[in-house]
Design a binder for this molecule. Structure first.
Ligand code: MN
Length: 287
């Protein structure tokens, strides 16, 4: 871990977002935090779902076979067990603290099904867009068990580096064009954390325990996403936990600035490509 150089001009909070309760798959209850109207603002990120329940009825149906094309899904399981199977022959078990990184590319059909009949299931699924040149590349998949996610402690903060880099610690995943940063921060009460970020990268935090307070006086309570302003001249993000133990994810990336066309589980650049995706799926060409 490199010695931290202070962030001189931290970003302000641009706005707070409350997620929308919804259900997906075969009836899994979840909160859609990053919704379609925010895709342009938070380019290259397309969606963030937060799920968390002690009630088996909320998650037990899972996500049976369904297709994707044109982007990547990043599933971070804080607690619980989910079995993944896909048409490329991959199978894996995602559990406590682990990440599954799947590149749908030109197409994959997969299922995500709980491997527990009781207890808590909690985590996130983030959709990261692929640049036009990579949307039709072959599907790819990696399970990252919790122990393989680089982690460090700094001034009362445990930092788990899922993607990108933080304080000189390289994350489990890197992506060249969008340079995604995905950190899970476990902060002691009052602890501060800084992360350098180019002002042009889009960034947000989502609070899932406790609360954040900003020097500007802005407070971000639990279950809120704060979109962080791309203030010209800003050199990063400075976060401070409130009076209780606080956990947040910090997500940032370099925008693609390409057209976004979405139809359900397909995200391409044009309507014609979406029509082709549906046709390919119907003709069994995604499997
Ligand atoms: Mn899926």
């Amino acid at each position: 871990m490199s010695s931290p150089t202070p962030v001189r001009q931290p970003r302000a909070v641009e706005r707070l977002v409350v997620g929308q309760p919804t259900s997906d798959g075969a009836g899994v209850k979840l909160t859609r935090v990053l919704t379609q109207p925010l895709q342009r603002r938070l380019d290259p990120f397309l969606m963030l779902d937060a799920f968390g329940s002690d009630q088996a009825d909320d998650y037990i149906a899972g996500f049976p076979d369904h297709p994707h094309r044109g982007f990547e899904t990043v599933t971070y399981m804080l607690e619980g067990r989910m079995r993944h199977r896909d048409s490329a022959g991959n199978e894996g078990l995602l559990d406590n603290g682990g990440v599954q990184w799947m590149t749908a590319g030109r197409g994959v059909i997969h299922s995500e099904l709980p491997e527990q009949e009781q207890g808590r299931m909690e985590g996130f699924q983030l959709w990261l867009n692929l640049p036009a040149r990579d949307k039709m590349r072959p599907a790819w998949y990696r399970d990252i068990p919790s122990a393989e996610i680089p982690e460090f402690e700094l001034d009362g903060v445990t930092v788990r580096v899922i993607a990108g880099e933080s304080h000189g610690v390289k994350g489990a995943m890197q992506r060249e064009l969008t340079e995604p940063v995905y950190l899970d921060l476990h902060m002691a009460p009052g602890a501060r954390f800084e992360q350098h970020l180019p002002a042009t990268h889009n960034a947000f935090v989502y609070v899932y325990r406790g609360a954040l307070k900003f020097d500007t006086g802005c407070r971000v309570p639990r279950e809120r996403m704060a979109i962080l302003a791309n203030t010209p001249g800003s050199d990063g993000v400075a976060l401070q936990a409130g009076d209780e133990p606080t956990r947040v994810i910090l997500v940032a990336g370099k925008p693609l600035n390409e057209p976004i066309a979405q139809y359900g589980p397909f995200v391409m650049n044009t309507q014609a490509e979406l029509i082709q995706a549906v046709r390919d799926f119907q003709e069994g060409k995604l499997a």
